[in-house]
Design a protein around this ligand. Structure first.
Ligand code: CS2
Length: 494
């Protein structure tokens, strides 16, 4: 039986040699970045890149303070507190080779619901030069169809009425930036790391829309002192399971309450418009470019939409994992045809990227059976994802007169999925902010076939495209009558 060592700063030197540990003195690292939304993805991606930067001699200014913003985030805060901010990143190659590395870049952590003033003080601290965000696609709080900020959301209304005691990222940023301005502290960079096209522009637009209501006098200062780079982020990071925790213990003797599991692949492409300095991430593989647009579009419309294309129909068929779906030849062909025929024609050239090789690599990445990415993770919050991942492709293809039948089948599968029961008869929870309306309209769709598409805050005026609604109704009726496998077989021979 292996000796088991609890992960914390004091025990680092006791860990087995094959596990890389921070080789820098963490006590000398100053916090320069505040990250809001310290979940698995941030810990697999930005914190990993930053950990590598901190290994470079003389870099001391770019430690991360991780903010757990929501009441439900207490567990990650407790884990980080218990482990001195340390956690293990477990990367698994398709052949099963596991690499474990302890990441040290998260040097501070705060739980916002218990410590609002500390969070505001931290963001206003002159040492903080960058605020990064992973607040999920839904966290930007806009109407998918119009792009307008949703002022009526109860949490936004709360923040408007209780500015000193905010709950949302918008309320926090507004108060903290006001402190910075009032204290004469320099501006900073606010950087979204979520899967939204033009994620920086979107963050700026939504924050300014909130500030217009909450603190209009601050707008001018923000415009002059804050930049919002766009970026494309990529690394498949499944939800950590109890068996991942056990594997880490049995393979390396490390007791870590919340390690992160991810694929080997990683990519980050960023628009280089920082207003107050940044880490030299380019030395550890990050790409800085002047126009991120083509990279974002490529990634979101191929990888993220590709995930939904496997996830929603795959779940209906009763699959549990993404690799199982893509190992099914029928689904693999369906995905390849979607990428080639519906997405590729609307993509711009992406500098330095061979699209054929990129698409091939996606099939391999989705097929990595070692990372055990659940279809449930992909289907979760589809109402926040589909409008960003798939609807832009549909709208462009409708404009261009191009094919939309594979995309329409994905939307029809989403409708059918929202009933909460798969084709094998298994019931599941539809885990979505909009689940009531999704479920209601999905059930109604058996009689009124366009009911689901009439959810305007998701689909906008898509309902007015006769070409789309005809294709969609065909797909939905075929799903009801023949099941998902036969629909995919039919579409694959077209
Ligand atoms: C996934 C993403 O949530 C989803 O539906 O497509 O989390 C995806 O795994 C990441 O964006 C990969 O970079």
């Amino acid at each position: 039986m292996k000796r088991v060592i609890k992960l914390n700063a004091k025990n680092l030197s006791l860990l087995p040699k094959e596990v890389a540990i921070p080789a820098y003195d963490r006590s000398k690292i100053k916090t320069g970045i505040v990250h809001i939304g310290i979940g698995g993805f941030h810990r697999a991606h930005q914190a990993f890149y930053t950990d590598q930067v901190l290994h470079r001699n003389s870099v001391k200014d770019w430690g991360i303070c991780g903010i757990a913003l929501l009441a439900g985030d207490r567990k990650i805060f407790d884990t980080l507190s218990d482990q001195d901010g340390l956690y293990t990143l477990m990367t698994t190659e398709p052949d099963g080779t596991l690499t474990a590395r302890v990441i040290g870049s998260v040097v501070e952590y705060l739980f916002a619901p218990d410590n609002t003033s500390a969070v505001l003080g931290k963001i206003a601290d002159p040492d903080i030069k960058i605020i990064t965000l992973t607040i999920t696609e839904g966290g930007y709080n806009f109407n998918a169809a119009t792009g307008d900020f949703l002022n009526d959301e109860p949490s936004i209304q709360w923040d408007l009425k209780n500015p000193k005691n905010p709950k949302t990222v918008f309320g926090y940023l507004t108060q903290a930036l006001k402190l910075r301005r009032d204290r004469g502290i320099a501006g900073l960079t606010i950087q979204s790391c979520d899967n939204i096209q033009k994620n920086g522009d979107t963050t700026r637009k939504m924050l300014l829309a909130y500030i217009k209501e909450a603190e209009p006098g601050l707008i001018d200062w923000i415009e002059k002192n804050i930049t919002f780079p766009n970026s494309m982020v990529d690394r498949i990071t499944p939800v950590t399971t109890p068996s991942d925790i056990d594997n880490l213990k049995s393979a390396y003797g490390i007791e870590d309450k919340w390690p992160v599991v991810c694929e080997p692949f990683i990519q980050w492409v960023i628009e280089d418009i920082y207003t107050n300095g940044r880490p030299e991430w380019e030395y550890v593989g990050v790409q800085f470019v002047t126009d991120v647009g083509p990279y974002e579009r490529m990634k979101i419309s191929l990888l993220n939409a590709g995930h939904s294309l496997l996830g929603l129909p795959g779940a209906l068929h009763g699959y549990s994992y993404i690799h199982e779906v893509v190992h099914d030849q029928l689904f693999a062909i369906f995905l390849c045809d979607f990428m080639d025929k519906e997405v590729t024609p609307i993509l711009d050239e992406v500098p330095g990227i061979n699209l054929d090789a990129y698409k091939k690599s996606l099939i391999e990445r989705f097929g990595n059976s070692q990372i055990k990415d659940k279809v449930a993770r992909i289907c979760h919050q589809s109402s926040a994802k589909i409008p960003k991942f798939l609807l832009p492709t549909i709208m462009e293809q409708l404009k261009a007169g191009g094919p939309v039948n594979r995309s329409a089948l994905v939307i029809a599968a989403w409708c059918r999925y929202s009933e909460g029961i798969d084709e094998v008869g298994n019931k599941y929870q539809v885990d979505d902010e909009m689940k009531e309306i999704l479920q209601e309209k999905a059930l109604l769709s058996h009689k009124d076939h366009l009911a689901f598409l009439r959810i305007e805050s998701i689909f906008g005026d898509l309902i007015n495209s006769g070409r789309f609604t005809d294709t969609y109704i065909d797909a939905l009726l075929s799903l009801y009558n023949k099941g998902v496998i036969n629909c995919i077989k039919d579409i694959n021979i077209k």
